[in-house]
Structure formats: C-alpha cells, structure tokens
Design a protein around this ligand. Structure first.
Ligand code: ATP
Length: 537
C-alpha cells in the first residue's frame, strides 16, 4: 500500500526559512540523503552523509557528556546531592513479553484511515473535516491538519460543490474521528473528488515485526523496539544489584528505535527508523514532583545552551486530559517543542518529560514475576540504635525522552541563515560545540611555501581539537569559494596562511558569523580555537 506523503509545506516558512531550501542544502552539502536513493528511496527512512553523521554524533556526545559523564554538568539535584546517571546499551530485539508488559503489543496503535481510491493512508487524528457554517447539509471535505495546501484544496472543493467562494471564516471544522459512519459515507477524502472512499479508522500497530530463527512461524515473532526506554526498565534491578548506585539515580541510553509510522513526513521529523536519547530517573514517590521540575527545567536549558534559544523553543505543559493513563497520577508531563519551518506558526515535539509514576516497573514486575522493589536503607522509622529501619518501594520514574534525529533537524533549521550579501547566500550558524567542521586551514595560494605552513598548522589543530569534529585542509580554488563552502557547512573559523605569514608568522582568522578577520600568531591557532570551542585554551 502506498501512503500519503504530504511532505513539506512550502508556504510554511519561519521568517525567511524555507524547508525545501534547507532540505536542498542538506543534500548538497552531505548532511542528509534519502535512504536507498539510487533505487528510488524508501518512504520514512533517511541516511546521514559525512557532515550530518558528525553533526549527529556531536549532539549525541554532548548529551552523553552532559547527562552521563558529568551528571547534568555537575548540577546539584533537589536532594542537595550531585546528580547520578549511569548508561546501558540494550538490544533492539528483546523477548516479545517485554512489549506485552509495556503495553506496546496491545496498545501501540494509531487509528488510521485508508482511501480506497488513491490507496493513501492517513493517521485518523491528523485528518480534519469541513462543511459550510450554518449549512450542515451535503458533502463533507477532509484535509490534513496543519497542511495549508490540503486545507486550501478542501476549501476549494467545498466552494465548488456549494457554488460559491468560501473563506476560512465561513467553514466549520471538526476532527475526522468525530464523524458517524453515515457522515463518513458522504465525505470526500483529502486527495480525491469522490465521496465515500475513506475507510473507518482502524487500529494499526506501529511495531515492526520480525522472526527469530529459520522457521518463521507465529511462535518466532519478535519486534524491533519502538523506544529505548523499556531496555532500561528491565535492567533496573541488575543495575542496582551490580553497581553502587542508590535511589535517586538515572539510567540513560541512546540508540535506534523503529515505528511503522502511518504517515512518515516532514523530512526526518517523523521517520520509521530514528534514534532516541532517553533517561529514566528513579526516585522515591514523595520526591517525584521535585525531580520532575528539575529535569523539565534542566532539559529546556540544555537545548537553549546548544543554540535553540529565542521564541522558536517553548516548553508546553500538558493538560490533565492529554495525559497517558499512567501519567495522570504523576507530577506532570511536558514537551519541549521547536517551531520547525513546516510546523510554523505551530511547534513540533523535540523531547517529552514525564512523571511515569511506577507504572513501567510495576508492569514488568507483574509480567515477569520478578520483584522490582527497592530497599532504601536511608528511610523508614529509626531503630533503637538510631539507624533508619529502611523502606521497600517501587521507585517513581521521571523520563526525559529526546529524539536525536529531531534534535539534529531542529539544529539544522535553526542554523540555516540566509544572507544575500555572501557569495554562498546562506550560512549554517551552528553552535561551535556541535558544528561538524571545527576549523578550516587554507593556504591563500597553492605555492610559495604556503601549503607547507598551512599543513603544519593543520596537523597541530587536528591534534588539539580533532576528537570533536573535522578539521579541513583545502589548498584549491580561490579563497572566496573556499570560504563560501565553509559557510554552507557551518564551519565557525577559517585560518588562512598568506605571504605575511611567511614574514611575520601570523595568519588571518575569519569568523563565520561576523565575517571579521584578525591576525594571530600561527602558533596560537590550536589554543585560540580550543578556547572558542569551549575546550579550554
Ligand atoms: P509524536 O507525538 O511526534 O509521534 P511521541 O510523543 O510518540 O511523538 P515519544 O514516544 O515520547 O514520542 O518519543 C520520544 C521522542 O522520540 C520524541 O520527542 C521525538 O523526538 C522522538 N520520536 C518519536 N517518534 C519519532 C519518529 N517517528 N521520528 C523521529 N523521531 C521520533
């Protein structure tokens, strides 16, 4: 079955940013390629090129460093102690019982509607319907929510049917899921002209199935994980028993997840294979509220520190009626949302932070019959010797769950900066910490001893900052073209060796954002760069 692909919305630009232009730059400069492109692609899958995979690694590394290696960069938790987070790396394929316990086998269903005529498939909660205000008779017209072109198409079709020009203010809109069977029968689908081609919404399990072993019978069914979180929950006891961690503490994991999304779209935003960065933070139930607020605020600040500042980033606290059943008892759920060009003026989720209560550990305890209780020796009534008696409980869990690919996409959209004055007409204003190319070293001309000097600087710079990203050495073409290429790649600093270098030992530094140039001693280049990349001087 083919699926509808309301890809990007060309009219949805934030400021001057066009998603089509951002996607074109991503292809042109080797950030992102369509997967299997030479065979016509494969819907919902994307590959990263050299610059994209380094950008993605830099974002993953920043998360790993700030969360796991330094416990929120040395921040003190609400309990007055340093934050402790340890990593795990669990399998994509687990015993299918894991997904029965987590509720994914029974409940990980998005209702969807198919169009019998066009063979398009839509997520039912992404489709809305319109009819003329004050005249509910006659046909209903469906469109994809948030897709301007689809809305305009439906408005035009309704106007034609009613034989009058209708504006946005003259129509009533309701979710497709509110329609009765009779109403569905007189509804025109988003991509057709006929009524009655849409099926009733049906459940669609988002997990990819596979078979373990050669026989491939029903008994051999397994699933590709739809989230990394469950790999953490099932090892909660192992981590407690084999390390010196004590509640409150977190377990973190990054890795691929798979969801057979009904309508993958908007570039990498909704893919079928994507990478997550998840933390499950275990705490005493009484402290869940304080830890929820701690993680929500720290995660928001973290994205800001990587350059997603300003009004493109918002924190949205969920209303009670939006919450998952288990989260209703919790301290709260919020989303960190970014205003992508294709969601503007609205926002799309980058990371969710939820108090999941003890739901997951309890589910695994019930299904596996293995105790998930934690013995907290710091709590309970004092014994005659003054020591606490200890308390047994199943910890509550605060989950900050971020999408790595969505993070990369937000950084790409944020960095994309049109500038008609530059030869490249655009530059990528990446935060130096995540920029895939950290520096470029150029000999002004490819002769007169300049390449040798530039190569010497290049080697010293690779030694100093090479662990954090690429360092480019490029001796060819005129210098303007080389600068332009680095602007498009988002390289923050270019160092050029010229004739003055050979006499006074200085080089020029060109700043990507200000375009200012200054001269510094060639020997200072590694330290100068390291300081500006936040690696110390
Ligand atoms: P959505 O409502 O957009 O489908 P979700 O609420 O189902 O997302 P979670 O299950 O909370 O997402 O997953 C955590 C994070 O994983 C999301 O915030 C998002 O960044 C990322 N993510 C989820 N689904 C996808 C996907 N199909 N493609 C890329 N990233 C995804």
């Amino acid at each position: 079955m083919t699926e509808s692909q309301p890809e990007t919305n060309p009219s949805a630009d934030t400021g001057k940013k066009s998603m089509d232009e951002i996607m074109a730059l991503c292809k042109r400069r080797g950030f992102v390629y369509p997967a299997s492109e030479i065979y016509g692609g494969i819907n919902g899958f994307w590959d990263y090129g050299p610059l994209g995979s380094q950008l993605k690694k830099n974002l993953r590394d920043a998360w790993w460093h700030d969360v796991v290696m330094t416990g929120c960069r040395g921040k003190t938790g609400p309990d007055g102690n340093p934050v402790r987070v340890v990593p795990v790396d669990t399998c994509i394929i687990q015993n299918p019982k894991v997904w029965e316990a987590s509720g994914h086998v029974g409940g990980f269903n998005d209702p969807m509607v198919d169009c019998r005529e066009t063979k398009s498939r839509y997520r039912a909660d992404h489709v809305k319907c319109m009819g003329e205000k004050g005249d509910s008779s006659g046909q209903i017209y469906a469109f994809i929510d948030g897709d301007d072109a689809s809305f305009e198409g439906a408005l035009k079709k309704l106007g034609k049917y009613k034989k009058k020009n209708l504006t946005r203010d003259e129509v009533d809109i309701c979710p497709l899921t509110d329609l009765s069977v009779e109403e569905l029968a007189i509804t025109v689908g988003p991509d057709t002209k006929e009524v009655g081609t849409l099926t009733e919404p049906r459940a669609f399990n988002l997990m990819f199935k596979t078979y373990i072993g050669a026989t491939a019978t029903e008994d051999d069914i397994a699933y590709l994980r739809p989230e990394t979180a469950q790999g953490i929950f099932i090892h909660f006891k192992n981590v407690v028993d084999t390390t010196r961690v004590a509640v409150p503490f977190g377990i973190a994991q990054t890795g691929k997840s798979f969801r057979n999304e009904v309508t993958p779209r908007n570039f990498t935003f909704r893919s079928r294979e994507f990478e997550q960065m998840e933390i499950e933070f275990f705490c005493h139930p009484d402290e869940a509220g304080a830890w929820y607020e701690f993680w929500r605020d720290w995660r928001m600040q973290w994205w800001k520190d990587l350059g997603l500042e300003g009004e493109n980033l918002i924190l949205r606290e969920h209303e009670k009626d939006e919450l998952a059943h288990y989260a209703k008892e919790g301290a709260g759920t919020s989303d960190i949302e970014y205003r992508f060009p294709f969601t503007a003026p609205g926002y799309g989720e980058l990371e969710g932070i939820a108090d999941r209560t003890n739901f997951d550990l309890k589910q695994h305890q019930d299904h596996s019959k293995k105790k998930m209780e934690y013995h907290d020796t710091t709590r309970g009534e004092p014994l005659p010797n003054g020591q606490p008696k200890g308390e047994w409980y199943i910890p509550h869990v605060i989950e900050p769950s971020a999408g790595l690919d969505r993070g990369v996409l937000a950084l790409l959209c944020e960095a994309y900066t049109p500038d008609p004055e530059r030869p490249s007409k655009v530059y990528m204003k990446f935060h130096p910490r995540i920029a895939p190319i950290k520096a470029a070293i150029f000999p002004l001309v490819n002769k007169d001893g300049m390449p040798d000097k530039a190569m010497e600087i290049y080697r010293a710079v690779v030694q100093r900052v090479g662990a954090h990203g690429f360092v480019e050495y490029d001796p060819k073409q005129n210098i303007g073209k080389r600068y332009a290429r680095m602007d498009e790649a988002g390289c923050p600093f270019c160092f050029t060796v010229d004739s003055e270098t050979l006499t006074d030992g200085t080089v020029t530094v060109r700043d990507r954002d200000t375009l200012s140039q200054e001269r510094i001693p060639a020997g200072d280049v590694p330290g100068y760069l390291a300081e500006r990349l936040g690696l110390g001087s």
